[in-house]
Design a protein around this ligand. Structure first.
Ligand code: GLU
Length: 448
């Protein structure tokens, strides 16, 4: 671990003391602080006004019981969370994650990341995150609906189109957003489209929202490659995961001329040197909600691997699109040895700090999630715009907006990295540029 400037270390020590046991939250805070030394030196007014201390303390943390009845007639109790982290730039905005690993520390790390990511988009959205330790895997549709309805029966009182606007994340897609929206509508007797994003296309959703996180990640990598006079053409990609982010990163990378040779789920990974058959993958994951092992069973060019790591597969570009801390230092060393030239985080914080350092030292282009996966939440903000104006835009126009937003984020990161003495370092660029924007707003709005 690197060391922090003493002033930043003092603030970090307080974060550690006040949030015991929340390892992922500590990691997310540390990763931002590591970049900020030159900013706090240039702007002493930020330290004087305790901007960092204020940004590290969520505005509101809500934890609630979620009782529901399973298909066997048994009562199950889960825990629900919504951490409303910062509304300094707009209503709290960020997804809901349903996964057994969810706890307060995970939601706080995601909420903290979200503040900076959302600032980077340049759109008027604050940061928040929520979810539950509910495991949707293997549940019937009726069970999912019962859980979502119970979850919303508490959550509804905390959210609203001008207050807090949840969306999806791991385990929460169009189906879950539908049940959540239905229950919100029933309880409040309001057709308030802008209260949730990631809605279905027939009832207030936006074209391109489903694809946006994966597409955006690939657009961002494309900008990085362009800055080095390079492109996706002919590149071999490894994409971890096979959820919404991974599937649409694969789709856009293929459209730009790359061959995606591997993807994964929590059980293992598939290698398909002929290139992933996207139609088969979508059918298995989106329609049948199946495991990826079935992909290999149905495709002669593919093999299914359950031991080792997907990062052992030789590639030019790696996109970790599964979950936090899935790409560690050893994996990074292997990727560098295999000649990787670019890595971008489609998931939130999938790369450990040690792995990020390995890529930096090796001169590999590295895009942090705050920048690379911001296309999802940015398109959520476009969905909110459409809802507010009771309009819906074409696929072409919405994708163009997304591409423009990702190019803008790339430009802001590159400029801030130059300004703060770390040219080409997108981690420093993303952290400093978003922090300055947030800090100026914190000062402007007074002690609130
Ligand atoms: N869960 C996504 C993220 O991590 C999207 C959030 C949203 O659309 O509000 O950014």
């Amino acid at each position: 671990m690197s060391t922090l400037d003493p002033h930043l270390q003092d603030i970090y020590d307080v974060v550690l003391r006040r949030n015991p046991g929340e390892d992922e939250f500590h990691q997310a805070v540390f990763e931002v602080f590591e970049s900020l030394d030159p900013v706090v030196k240039k702007h002493p007014e930020f330290a004087d006004s305790k901007v960092l201390e204020r940004l590290c303390e969520p505005e509101r943390q809500i934890i609630f019981r979620v009782p529901w009845v399973n298909d066997g007639g048994e009562i199950e109790i889960n825990r629900g969370f919504r951490v409303e982290f910062s509304s300094i730039l707009g209503p709290y905005k960020g997804g809901l994650r349903f996964h057994p690993s969810v706890n307060l520390g995970i939601i706080k790390f995601l909420g903290f990341e979200q503040i900076f990511k959302n600032a980077l988009t340049g759109m008027p959205i604050g940061g928040g995150k929520g979810g539950s330790d509910f495991d949707p895997k293997g549940r019937s549709d009726r069970e999912i609906m019962a859980f979502c309805q119970s979850f919303m029966t508490e959550l509804y009182r905390h959210i609203g189109e001008h207050t807090d606007v949840p969306a999806g994340d791991i385990g929460v897609g169009g189906r879950e957003i539908g049940y959540l929206f239905g229950q919100y509508k029933r309880i409040t007797n309001r057709y308030e489209s802008g209260v949730l994003t990631g809605k279905g296309l027939g009832w207030g959703g936006s074209l391109v929202r489903k694809e946006a996180t994966g597409y955006g990640t690939v657009f961002f990598v494309n900008e990085m490659l362009k800055s080095r006079g390079d492109s996706f053409d002919g590149k071999r990609l490894v994409v971890s995961g096979s959820g919404n982010v991974a599937v649409y990163a694969i789709e856009k990378a293929q459209q730009l001329g790359a061959t995606v040779i591997a993807c994964s789920d929590s059980g293992g990974y598939v290698v398909d040197r002929a290139g992933i058959d996207l139609e088969l993958l979508k059918e298995l994951k989106e329609v049948r909600r199946e495991r990826i092992s079935l992909y290999a069973a149905q495709r002669p060019s593919a093999s299914y691997v359950t031991d080792g790591s997907i990062w052992d597969v030789e590639c030019d570009i790696a996109l970790p699109c599964a979950t936090q801390n899935e790409l560690d230092e050893d994996a990074a060393i292997q990727l560098v040895k295999n000649g990787v030239c670019a890595v971008a985080e489609g998931a939130n914080m999938p790369t450990t700090p040690g792995a990020t350092r390995v890529f930096g030292d090796a001169g590999v282009l590295f895009a942090p999630g705050k920048a690379a996966n911001a296309g999802g939440v940015a398109t959520s903000a476009l969905e909110m715009q459409q809802n507010a104006s009771r309009d819906s835009w074409s696929h072409e126009y919405t994708e163009e907006r997304l591409a423009g937003i990702m190019a803008g984020i790339h430009e802001r990161c590159a400029a801030a990295a130059d300004e703060y003495g770390a040219p080409g370092n997108y981690v420093v660029g993303a952290n400093t540029s978003s922090f300055v924007q947030l800090a100026e707003a914190v000062l402007a709005l007074g002690v609130i």
